[in-house]
Write a protein that binds this ligand. Structure first.
Ligand code: GAR
Length: 223
């Protein structure tokens, strides 16, 4: 008789989010579909009133609300975020529309395991309103980037990107919506690969699901 083997547990993952929750929804859908093997154990938010909080409740994900009041103690807030992340005890921390810059108390401790998705082909157009920045610059190609978080603004090591063409008649909202469609494919793939220690061993080219325009048919991930 062979000895029973322990069931392999999914890597533990925490979310940080401030907004609508479409990124969280896409990640949760990918988990259910078997495309992203992680267990989301908690969501930290700076905006308890944000729609993403109701979504986390619906998904049965614990919410830790840490609002930062105007004029509040920024260093104390960073320490509270770091303590919350510490308590969630995760393998990977996933920024999903988290709209605050995290301070050194968080980044120095968790940055190596913290991922962000940004709606541009970094290092172009970091910071706010990236789709509008791309349109204003007159580029013909934008896209999305998943990167590790460091102490800069959208400046950490790049883990994966998808290019999205800018088309006639685009405005910032339309371009952002098409970029988000690409994010929904790329982010779960990178979260899964990162959480399973596969980045560095995967093939560079991944084929996207059908329904994505042909020009988007290649995702590049760092190998
Ligand atoms: C993300 O999809 C991403 O494009 C952008 O915010 C969206 C959040 O939407 N992220 C950034 O600009 C990060 N610098 P959501 O609140 O519906 O998930």
């Amino acid at each position: 008789m062979t000895a029973p083997t322990a069931a392999r547990r999914s890597p533990r993952a925490a979310l940080l989010a401030s907004g609508v929750g479409s990124t969280v929804r896409a990640l949760a859908d990918a988990v259910v579909a078997g495309r992203c093997d992680v267990h989301f154990v908690g969501l930290v938010t700076d905006r308890p009133e944000a729609p993403v909080v109701a979504l986390a409740d619906e998904l049965g994900i614990e919410v830790v609300a840490l609002p930062l009041k105007k004029g509040g103690d920024r260093a104390a807030w960073d320490r509270a975020v770091a303590d919350a992340l510490d308590r969630l005890d995760c393998d990977v921390f996933v920024l999903a529309g988290f709209m605050r810059i995290l301070g050194p108390a968080v980044v120095e401790r968790f940055g190596g395991r913290m991922l962000n998705v940004h709606p541009s082909l970094l290092p172009a157009f970091p910071g706010k309103d990236a789709p509008a920045q791309a349109l204003a610059a007159g580029v013909t190609l934008s896209g999305c980037t998943v990167h590790r978080v460091d102490s800069g603004v959208d400046s950490g090591p790049i883990l994966g990107q998808v290019a999205v063409p800018i088309v006639e008649g685009d405005d910032a909202a339309r371009l952002h919506a098409r970029i988000q469609a690409a994010e929904r494919v790329l982010y779960p793939r990178v979260v899964h690969a990162f959480a399973h220690g596969q980045l560095g061993a995967e093939s560079a080219a991944l084929t996207l699901d059908s329904g994505v325009p042909a020009l988007l048919a290649t995702v590049s991930m760092r190998t």
